[in-house]
Write a protein that binds this ligand. Structure first.
Ligand code: DUC
Ligand code: ZN
Ligand code: ZN
Length: 480
């Protein structure tokens, strides 16, 4: 056999379906052999370690442009460092539209900024303003350029689409052959409850959870699915926080719809109680949907086991605690409406899900691989990603399954000045990350060059093709 550039030797390989002892041969950045007794090139010793597929994080916010100017504090350099430190080698992040603007220009700016990435990447195109030119002219061009997923929000003042606009985006996605991802919360209900809470003097961070109880997430999920069913457009529901929302997805799948759901580490380890920590500390745990309670965490694992929730992403959305744009930008007595939403979690994702999921007895090793790599790569059509198999990119993580770590912000290697997981004990830790056949992290030290990440152009693929079932057989998306 021709010589390998690298052989990962002596590890226990975890694929999306199996666990077995083998060496992995790598040539030109790709896996070219899996077997025993391989040798040649750079030898990476994996004795006593698991060899996992590199993590694929299909929902994270990196260097996202802000409406008032500037960008997220998490830059491509710091964000990539955090990813590689935590065993993630590919991401799908966001290009956003500002109301009144188009999507081609911002996407070009996002592509330019991502030129310093050290992980492989793609984008979801956020649509906040469904104008005729965006719907009929720009979305087809964006999708054709390899950005094959759109993101819509059903809440947030600056981002929300009403039902009519959401339908227009679903129809545009159907015509272009893209997946639609949806943030499901009822905007008007949140607005009404927030007004009432503030009028009652309930302003502390914990009231963030009170402003958006579970039924408003369930209602929006139900509506998002029903409208997608009417258009016959596949969707993924982002960041499912609890089982009654997952039930909506399970019901849709039972009807044969192409509806998928993801959840995130914050929903299996944080609770609404964390937002009630003393002083202003609760702000560190504020994200939307809000974390729920311990019983919900257990129920989510059941939904994960059943496959209703088949992707675990980070929804990394980094706001520093201190600083001029962070959680405390409006002071330590700011009301919850003025505190930015989101928690950081690029590096914490794999260790938390391994520890809680595999060590905690909820899932087996191949299921872990599918949740953090295989399923996201498949659903988002990422070429060559998410599997340990000949022909796939040699994105690998060497994993010590018994190493115990108490998480601190220093482990996260992100730009954010805190982690909501401070003090959480995890078992299992990445010791080496390999991206396309290059060692890019060893023992916590990231050693990649900015600009070595690649844009992942996503072409058409079967999984997100409409089912062909339309009410009355009428395809409204041809006309509107
Ligand atoms: N919720 C989102 O929808 N996006 C980023 C952060 C958050 O909490
Ligand atoms: Zn969201
Ligand atoms: Zn998000």
């Amino acid at each position: 056999m021709a010589g390998f550039d690298m052989v990962v030797r002596g590890g226990t390989v975890v694929t999306n379906s199996e666990v077995f002892a083998a060496d992995i041969g790598v040539t030109d950045g790709r896996i070219t052999a899996i077997g025993v007794g391989l040798s040649g090139g750079q030898e990476v010793d994996a004795t006593g370690l698991l060899v996992l597929p590199g993590g694929v994080d299909t929902h994270c916010h990196i260097e996202q442009l802000q409406d008032g100017g500037g960008a997220d504090e998490e830059s491509w350099t710091t964000g990539s460092t955090a990813c590689l430190a935590g065993g993630t080698t590919s991401v799908v992040t966001f290009s956003t539209q500002f109301k009144g603007g188009g999507i081609l220009e911002p996407l070009a700016e996002y592509r330019r900024r991502a030129a310093s990435a050290m992980v492989d990447y793609s984008f979801h195109q956020i649509i906040t303003d469904a104008t005729d030119s965006v719907i009929w002219d720009e979305i087809p061009k964006v999708v054709e350029s390899g950005v094959r997923s759109l993101k819509v929000f059903l809440t947030y003042d600056a981002l929300a689409l009403d039902d009519r606009a959401y339908l227009r985006v679903l129809a545009a996605a159907r015509r272009a052959g893209a997946l639609v991802t949806v943030h499901c919360e009822n905007h008007d209900a949140i607005g009404w409850r927030t007004e009432a809470l503030l009028a009652a003097g309930h302003t502390a961070p914990k009231f963030h959870a009170w402003s958006r109880p579970r039924m408003i997430e369930r209602e929006a999920t139900h509506r998002a699915i029903a409208l997608a069913e009417m258009v016959d457009q596949p969707i993924q529901v982002f960041h499912v926080s609890c089982s009654e929302v997952a039930e909506e997805i399970a019901r849709a799948r039972h009807r044969g719809l192409k509806v998928w759901g993801e959840t995130c580490p914050q929903y299996v380890v944080l609770t609404a109680g964390d937002m009630d920590r003393p002083g202003f500390e609760g702000a560190k745990f504020m994200c939307s949907p809000a974390p729920r309670n311990p019983a919900d965490q257990l129920a989510l694992w059941q939904d994960i086991r059943r496959g209703t929730l088949d992707i675990i992403s980070s929804d990394h959305s980094g706001w520093c605690y201190d600083g001029t744009r962070g959680k405390r930008a409006h002071g330590s007595d700011a009301n919850f409406r003025d505190i930015p939403n989101g928690v950081p979690g690029l590096a914490a994702r794999l260790p938390i899900i391994f520890s809680e999921g595999v060590v905690g007895g909820h899932i087996d090793l191949p299921h872990f691989a599918r949740l953090i790599a295989g399923n996201p790569a498949k659903l988002f059509g990422l070429p060559g990603k998410g599997a340990i198999a000949p022909g796939y990119d040699a994105d690998l993580v060497l994993w010590d399954p018994t190493k115990k770590t108490t998480l601190t912000n220093a482990h996260m290697q992100h730009a954010i000045d805190y982690t909501p997981y401070e003090g959480l004990e995890v078992t299992g830790w990445p010791t080496t990350t390999i991206r396309r056949g290059t060692v890019v992290m060893r023992d916590g030290k990231v050693q990649a060059e900015p600009g070595t990440g690649r844009f992942l152009a996503r072409g058409p693929y079967d999984m997100i093709r409409p089912t062909g079932t339309l009410p009355d057989g009428f395809d409204a998306s041809v006309f509107a």
